[in-house]
Design a protein around this ligand. Structure first.
Ligand SMILES: Cc1cc2nc3c(=O)[nH]c(=O)nc-3n(C[C@H](O)[C@H](O)[C@H](O)COP(=O)(O)OP(=O)(O)OC[C@H]3O[C@@H](n4cnc5c(N)ncnc54)[C@H](O)[C@@H]3O)c2cc1C
Length: 438
């Protein structure tokens, strides 16, 4: 068996899934001196996906892992503004983001696949390439008194078992480990929103690094750059999501959760959305490829832990991508888990402490995002004036808009002062004291 770190006697912590959460968990365990092995289902990691946002609380954790602005600037750019704009093109709400908002750490808008590759590369550099075993799907586990047996399957259906001290399941939306841990969990929940996503070269609007949510709660477009403008052409890579909400009573009938579609299939919903400063139809048409996703999540489960097994990232709390917190929370999970191991060792008690620290609060966030998260402000405007207004202050006064956003940020862990004064999740140089098996 391949293990890395100071002790090859102690069985490694096995991490199921080499996505954002799994890779950050591996880097964290390495930082605190715990041997680990990542099992990733796909035979080759490729930079898949489009744009995501990393909130300052998650960027702080990456910095603490030595993945700082020099590296993050190669895969994205620092966000400057978050803005909601009505269907009439008029501002509803805007606030500075990241350093401009007063955080000690920036917010980053990055390409999800490039981030995953950066983390993978860093894991290979620090832990060695054999710390990630590709083409190895985790299909189940069995807890026993002094460890956990992880069951795996290779691409050619070869089944094996691996002994681990703990199993961290970062195996995403369709987590096999979660399905075993919570066999009665309801199916994936789709609330009726359909998203079409792509990237298009374009001139970034507003601040040059603005996240723009435009339209109404059930019919909207999000656009933000995930690269700086090219110095010659002035064009940046603009990540966009076009979204409508439809009747979901028949369930999601398209089968695939991530289907490539032609722009002609949905552009009619946005045909006259040209505001001058943002020409939505041109932006949609300019994408090389477009993917259709239903907006889905899962009902929260009462615990993320079963003995020596813990869920992390989307496996624990897949949520609607309305608050830019899916990837950020996966990163934070990994760090909180590392801190719990420093306090309790590589033990089930560490997993229980992690569960207690996060499960209830983040489950509440999943449900809050189902209620539209920060986009709920658009819903308020729709309710009060059908989305049509001359003066937003007459519809939702500024104090009410500010209070709405402050509540969301506090719940999602983005509150500026609280984050700025919080000690690091893992103190510099902190390591797990003993690797002896409990
Ligand atoms: C291909 C892909 C593209 C995505 N694109 C976007 C996007 O464009 N925008 C966005 O907001 N979010 C996207 N996401 C989701 C986003 O990455 C996550 O919400 C977030 O980063 C949380 O990360 P995670 O590590 O929990 O899950 P993920 O990043 O989804 O990683 C899960 C990993 O586990 C692997 N895996 C799955 N099952 C098993 C198993 N049984 N055994 C071993 N490994 C397994 C998967 O191959 C994947 O590498 C994408 C996810 C994937 C996998």
């Amino acid at each position: 068996m391949t293990a890395n770190g100071p002790s090859s006697i102690h069985p490694p912590v096995v991490i199921a899934g080499g996505g954002i959460g799994g890779m950050v968990a591996a880097l964290t365990l390495h930082q605190i001196g715990v041997p680990c092995l990542v099992l990733e289902a796909v035979p080759e990691l490729r930079p898949l996906g489009v744009g995501i946002n990393l909130q300052p609380n998650a960027v702080r954790e990456l910095y603490d892992l030595g993945i700082d602005d020099r590296l993050l600037d190669t895969i994205g750019l620092q966000a400057r503004e978050w803005a909601l704009v009505g269907r009439n093109g008029k501002d509803i709400y805007a606030e500075p983001r990241g350093l401009l908002a007063g955080y000690r750490w920036p917010q980053y808008s990055v390409h999800r696949g490039k981030l995953q590759m950066l983390l993978y590369q860093t894991v290979c550099e620090r832990l060695g390439a054999d710390a990630v075993r590709l083409g190895t799907r985790v299909i189940g586990y069995r807890n026993h008194d002094d460890g956990v047996t992880v069951q795996t399957e290779s691409r050619d259906s070869d089944r094996q078992t691996i002994e681990a001290s703990l199993l961290i399941a970062a195996d995403g939306l369709h987590s096999a480990v979660r399905a075993q841990m919570h066999p009665g969990q309801p199916p994936i929940q789709w609330g009726g929103a359909i998203m079409w996503r792509g990237t298009t070269p374009g001139v970034p609007a507003r601040s040059g690094a603005s996240f723009i949510g435009l339209g109404s709660l059930r019919h909207r477009v999000v656009a933000y750059p995930i690269s700086p403008p090219d110095p010659v052409t002035g064009l940046a890579t603009i990540n966009w999501i076009a979204e409508i909400t439809v009747d979901n009573s028949a369930g999601w009938t398209q089968g695939d959760w991530n289907r490539r579609v032609a722009v002609s299939e949905f552009i009619h919903h946005f045909a006259d959305w040209n505001f001058g400063w943002l020409d939505v139809p041109a932006m949609l048409r300019g994408a090389a490829e477009v993917f259709e996703y239903p907006m889905i999540d899962r009902d929260p489960v009462p615990t993320w832990v079963d003995g020596r097994v813990a869920l992390l990232g989307d496996a624990a709390h897949v949520m609607y991508p309305v608050g830019s917190n899916g990837a950020s929370q996966a990163i934070v999970d990994a760090r909180v888990l590392g801190a719990a191991m420093i306090a309790h060792g590589v033990t089930p008690a560490a997993l229980r402490a992690y569960d207690e620290a996060l499960c209830a609060d983040i489950s509440a966030l999943v449900l809050r995002n189902r209620g539209a998260g920060p986009f709920g402000l658009l819903g308020l405007v729709d309710d009060r004036c059908g989305g049509v207004f001359d003066d937003i202050d007459q519809v939702v006064p500024v104090a009410e808009r500010d209070a709405f956003m402050a509540r969301y940020k506090a719940a999602a862990g983005f509150a500026i002062e609280a984050l700025n004064v919080a000690p690091p999740t893992i103190a510099p140089g902190a390591r797990v004291a003993s690797l002896a098996r409990p």
